[in-house]
Design a protein around this ligand. Structure first.
Ligand SMILES: *[C@@H]1O[C@H](CO)[C@@H](O)[C@H](O)[C@H]1NC(C)=O
Length: 478
């Protein structure tokens, strides 16, 4: 009964989401034919849609996943901008279902269907993600395949589907490999820690037992916890190094081994691709040279501050208390962040020249305008860092935090250009880990996103920007 109810509610929600979005979608179609990067994507998509696989625009830097999907569209529908963009609108409906399914798994004991579905809607209309559901960009489908991959990895049942969805997500955007590596790292670390908690591990036991003792075969149940810390990783590493991983393999089930192997296959396939291609990007390599750009992590904190505002406010008092208790850590973060912005603030020429993105306006009205703005923002970063930690507090198992942090650095801190789209996946991963929110927070999140979307689309529909190299009016987007 409850389950039927849930599916009915979800179905109704997807339909209303689709109908409301379709109105905006049609208005976007009437407003502009080519949105910025669609200049490359659309001709490429049309070519694949028409079955012309020999056409390849060398300016494109991603793998052809999006265009391959369009070639499926071509077998049933006309190949035009409207239909190509429509794929993303449909994909965003699929995202809504996948978000809901993941949230149901994460909050498995929660019987309140509406609470789960409303959160799924909010994630689907996460403003920058929602905007790209109306145009022909790679981001929405890339999220769809990543969500499918994550959902399958939660139950780890359909190994072949895990393989397919993982490879597909990389085909949409290469950088997704980082998030697949994160899932792998999470699983591996979890297994390494759990299998180290055996009788005979002298690093966590008071009683030293011989490594070959019979009871060393059993995991010490009393040493298992729900969440582990950095110290547990250290003990696990020490133990497994001293035993040459024998205990790890002894406790590795066939099922877990298959999953790790599947992930490894995807990852090694990617490594082979990079080796033969000579680089991570295809096509125009000069546009995407890797540069160390650590302040990207700080801008990600701002992204969290804006789009996670209900979570920031909800924990405001407890975050301030936490900071008060951790004065030394606060001072240390201030120092590290000041050094980071002082030595590593990079300004990509596009950022200060391309007035078709909101980042341009943020930069020119704050960071680029006042000499000390980069330093004056540091206290905000520190506060937001503690706020994230505070919101993750009940979920901060090291087997998640460590791979997440590494992957965050890899996916963001090597890009010179600040692109809001790049923050989407890391934010969604984080958001799905936040401790179960209250009704109030869920509702605020939804209303907040409606408000931001309304403002963003208002600017998009009404503000015209002329560029002299284009004979059509440009619009402002995320
Ligand atoms: C999309 O917009 C174009 C012109 O801007 C219009 O001719 C076309 O009919 C629109 N497509 C749909 C399906 O509304």
């Amino acid at each position: 009964m409850g389950l039927a109810n849930y599916h009915l509610l979800l179905f109704g929600q997807v339909i209303s989401y689709f109908l409301a979005s379709k109105l905006i979608f049609d208005k976007v179609n009437e407003t502009i034919n080519i949105v910025i990067d669609e200049y490359f994507h659309i001709p490429q998509g049309i070519a694949y849609c028409n079955g012309n696989y020999s056409y390849w625009d060398p300016k494109i830097t991603t793998l052809p996943g999006l265009y391959l999907v369009s070639s499926v569209v071509g077998t049933y529908f006309k190949c035009n901008t409207y239909n190509l963009r429509f794929v993303n609108l449909i994909a965003s409906c699929v995202n809504l279902v996948l978000f809901s399914s993941i949230l149901r798994f994460v909050y498995f004991s929660d019987r309140n269907h509406m609470k789960i579905i409303l959160q799924a809607v909010s994630l689907t209309i996460l403003p920058p993600l929602y905007f790209f559901s109306h145009v022909y960009y790679t981001d929405v489908l890339s999220v769809t395949f990543l969500l499918l991959f994550s959902r399958l990895c939660l139950t780890n049942r359909y190994i072949f589907m895990i393989l397919i969805s993982g490879v597909s997500s990389i085909m949409m955007r290469q950088t997704n490999v980082v998030w697949i590596a994160m899932v792998f790292g999470h699983k591996l670390l979890d297994l390494l820690i759990k299998s180290s908690r055996v009788f005979g591990n002298q690093y966590i036991n008071d009683v030293r037992l011989s490594k070959r003792s019979l009871i060393a075969k059993d995991v010490d149940k009393s040493k298992l916890k729900r969440y582990y810390g950095l110290k547990d990783v250290y003990f696990a590493a020490k133990y497994h190094l001293s035993t040459g991983l024998t205990t790890f393999f002894k406790f590795l089930t066939f099922h877990d081994a298959t999953i790790l192997f599947t992930h490894l296959m995807i990852l090694s396939g990617f490594v082979a691709f990079v080796y033969y291609n000579g680089s991570i990007v295809v096509g125009d390599k000069t546009a995407h040279e890797a540069t160390l750009h650590l302040p990207q992590l700080l801008y990600f904190l701002l992204f969290y501050g804006v789009f996670g505002l209900p979570y920031v406010v909800n924990r405001l008092k407890s975050t301030l208390k936490l900071m008060y208790r951790q004065k030394i850590l606060v001072l240390l973060s201030i120092l590290v962040f000041i050094l980071t912005v002082h030595f590593n603030t990079l300004v990509h020429p596009y950022l200060v020249a391309d007035n078709r993105h909101f980042t341009f306006y943020v930069w020119n009205r704050w960071f680029g305008k006042y000499e000390n703005a980069i330093y004056l923002t540091v206290p905000v970063y520190v506060f937001l860092l503690f706020s994230i930690y505070d919101n993750l507090r009940e979920q901060n198992c090291i087997s998640f935090l460590l791979p997440y942090t590494i992957c965050l650095v890899l996916s963001l801190a090597l890009q010179k250009l600040i692109e809001i789209r790049y923050f989407l996946v890391p934010y969604i991963v984080l958001r799905l880990r936040f401790a179960r929110p209250s009704h109030m927070v869920i509702l605020s999140e939804f209303l907040w996103y409606i408000l931001i979307n309304a403002a963003a689309f208002h600017v998009f529909f009404n503000k015209e920007v002329m560029w002299k190299d284009f004979d059509y009016v440009q619009r402002i987007i995320w």
